[in-house]
Design a protein around this ligand. Structure first.
Ligand code: KIV
Length: 292
């Protein structure tokens, strides 16, 4: 048997986290924590643990649905998982990640799909990838009353254009463009900005130059908050682990061990034992035998 996990004490009941809370946290210099979730129990546990925001990320495609990259996941699949997360989380700010081709074709489609995350799935905000080329979509979506989180740097939906999952902003020119994109997205109305896989000193500079909170993933410690893909943090996604991930558990091993023990118990008739078994009163059993 593995060592039992320490007893979990939920954080005290707290107020709903909003985009205003995000802004206040940046003003006060309080770091923002965000994690991804795709289902009810995970969302419930991380919400009770006190996470500020939950992102129903399109990383769903890779870590839950087993695709090679994030491109294949559809709006309907994202909404299905977002609804489960909304049922589990009571306080965290909920952000629905707009999947590939749900906002790139036209701003009309972008605002319609963004609206579905709030109207049909209980999300509080949406996230979309890209810089200056997304400014118009951000303007139209936010003018419909839908908060938008931007996402620049390594934008996984552009994996083919970027030539792989690689760090961005490593030359002076690329770094200047990312800073410009951040300022444009802030001006377009984003309430927050994910910075993925960019040099730490560039992330620091961007975080100082914009007034909205930056949420880093592989962007160093000077961002206003941090996000990780939960399956990476828990050691559940074994295809690859990016350098910037800190693994807080190895659930892959824990699960493999538990499954192995179950299979052995079934094979040796150790499971189910008496305490897992339903019985009927003796007199009813005797009656049955007599009937037969
Ligand atoms: O889809 C996702 O999980 C994300 C995070 C990596 C920020 O976009």
């Amino acid at each position: 048997m593995s060592t039992p996990a320490p007893v979990f004490t939920p954080a005290p009941a707290r107020k709903k986290v909003t985009t205003l809370t995000f802004r206040q946290k940046k003003e006060r210099g309080e770091p923002i924590s965000m994690l991804t979730a795709y289902d009810y129990p995970t969302a419930m546990i991380m919400d009770q643990a006190g996470v500020d925001a939950i992102l129903v990320g399109d990383s769903l495609a890779m870590v839950v649905l087993g695709y090679e990259n994030t491109l294949p996941v559809s709006m309907d699949e994202m909404l299905h998982h977002a609804r489960a997360v909304a049922r589990g989380a009571k306080s965290a700010l909920l952000v629905g990640d707009m999947p590939f081709m749900s906002y790139q074709v036209s701003v009309e489609e972008a605002v319609r799909n963004a609206g579905r995350f709030l109207k049909e799935a209980g999300m509080d905000a949406v996230k979309l990838e890209g810089g200056h080329e997304r400014a118009e979509a951000v303007r139209v979506i936010t003018s419909a009353g839908i908060p938008v989180m931007g996402h620049i740097g390594l934008t996984p939906q552009s994996v083919h254009q970027l030539g792989g999952f690689r760090a961005q902003g490593k030359t002076a020119l690329a770094a200047k463009r990312l800073l410009e994109d951040a300022l444009i997205l802030e001006d377009a109305g984003c309430f927050s900005l994910v910075l993925e896989s960019v040099p730490a000193r560039l992330a620091r500079l961007i975080s100082q130059r914009v007034s909205i909170p930056t949420i880093g993933i592989g962007a160093g410690s000077a961002c206003d908050g941090q996000v990780l893909v939960t399956h990476d943090l828990l050691g559940l996604f074994d295809r690859f682990t990016p350098k910037f991930v800190k693994q807080y558990a190895n659930l892959h091993n824990e699960m493999a061990h538990a499954f192995g023990e179950y299979i052995a118990d079934v094979q040796t008739h150790s499971f189910p034992a008496a305490e897992h078994t339903v019985e009927m009163p003796n007199e009813e059993w005797d009656l049955l035998l007599k009937e037969l």
